[in-house]
Design a protein around this ligand. Structure first.
Ligand code: CP
Length: 321
């Protein structure tokens, strides 16, 4: 694999349409970047001279900070823009905002936006590289990549594993990106949740559908537990949070009934006591903070590859050459 990552193109909008080799290539490129975050001086000159704008139109803790660390550790110059402090609140369009930024000679835009399709819309209209940091209910590709890397770290492979995504799949861009990435790397994928929170026809994507979380736990090697996205619900999807927890919450007692050692992932932010109990989130099966750590290396890899890199150069960067 080394030195042979097929080019990703100008942008990373989603994992749908990426080949197995491209996805595996991003994960392999992330490997040598992991160690940079453990150094005393956490910096390599790979993106020196590049200017990256982080344009966040929705709240974010993990993704925004992780991209900023990734950019700074690659020596890029970064600017952070939140919609609340920008001319978007005065009615400026997305394209006008981006064109004005481009007039100041930027190279890349990392964007989170509440509308599905916003990342592709922007990518088709500006010459800078665009990286999707989550667009509406569409995709969150770097989250899925860091999930894949974390599973691979702990299980050695993705192919042949049974991975079940539990919770609010309907509103989840994380679920969509995970399904594309997991299937591309040869995993079996399941989804589990109340039917009101599963997209109609989801089985046509090639996933197994579970109505009972107990059945999902009996089947799976890995659970990726999703937050109930209350901000995207206008009501009526679940009777109450307590009811949801009673039927679909991942608890220690439910995990103890599992026939095997299950890996627990959650993209965050968590609703403790709703989709996941605290003793599971903080327990011995949880790799939730490993996901966050891997996010920096994965984002370094994505930025590096979009800027025209290749894994052998990543290795050289690691060695400070
Ligand atoms: N996982 C994730 O996207 O978290 P943030 O919303 O905090 O970025």
């Amino acid at each position: 694999m080394k030195g042979t990552v097929p080019p990703l193109g100008k942008d990373l909008v989603g994992l749908e349409g990426l080949s197995t080799e491209q996805i595996r290539g991003i994960l392999d490129t992330a490997e040598p970047f992991k160690e940079i975050s453990d150094r005393r001086v956490k910096k390599v000159p790979v993106l020196r001279g590049k200017t990256i704008v982080n344009l966040f139109f929705e709240p974010s803790t993990r993704t925004r900070v992780s991209f900023e660390f990734a950019e700074k550790r690659l020596s890029a110059d970064t600017v952070n823009i939140a919609s609340s402090g920008s001319s978007v609140v005065k009615g400026e369009t997305l394209v006008d905002t981006a064109r004005n930024l481009e007039a100041m000679s930027i190279d890349m835009v990392v964007m989170r936006h509440p509308s599905s399709g916003a990342a592709r819309f922007l990518a088709e209209r500006i010459p800078s590289n665009v990286v999707n940091a989550g667009d509406g209910q569409h995709e969150h590709p770097t989250q899925a990549l860091l999930d894949l890397l974390t599973i691979r770290d702990h299980r050695g492979t993705i192919a042949g594993l049974k991975v079940c995504i539990v919770g609010d799949v309907l509103h989840s861009r994380v679920a969509r990106s995970n399904i594309h990435g997991l299937l591309a790397l040869g995993a079996e994928v399941g989804v589990c949740g109340p039917r009101t929170l599963l997209p109609f026809g989801i089985a046509e994507l090639g996933v197994e559908v579970f109505d009972r979380v107990e059945d999902a736990i009996a089947w799976a090697d890995v659970l990726n537990i999703l937050r109930l996205q209350l901000e995207r619900m206008e009501g009526g999807f679940v009777p109450s949070l307590r009811e949801y927890n009673r039927h679909f919450g991942v608890s220690r007692s439910r995990l103890e009934a599992a026939p095997r050692d299950i890996l627990i992932l959650h993209p965050g932010p968590m609703n403790r006591g709703v989709e996941i109990d605290s003793d599971v989130a903080d327990g011995e099966h949880s790799v939730i903070l490993n996901q966050v750590t891997n996010g920096v290396a994965v984002r370094m890899a994505v930025l590096y590859l979009l800027a025209g890199g290749a894994p052998d150069r990543a290795e050289a960067a690691k060695q400070g050459q």
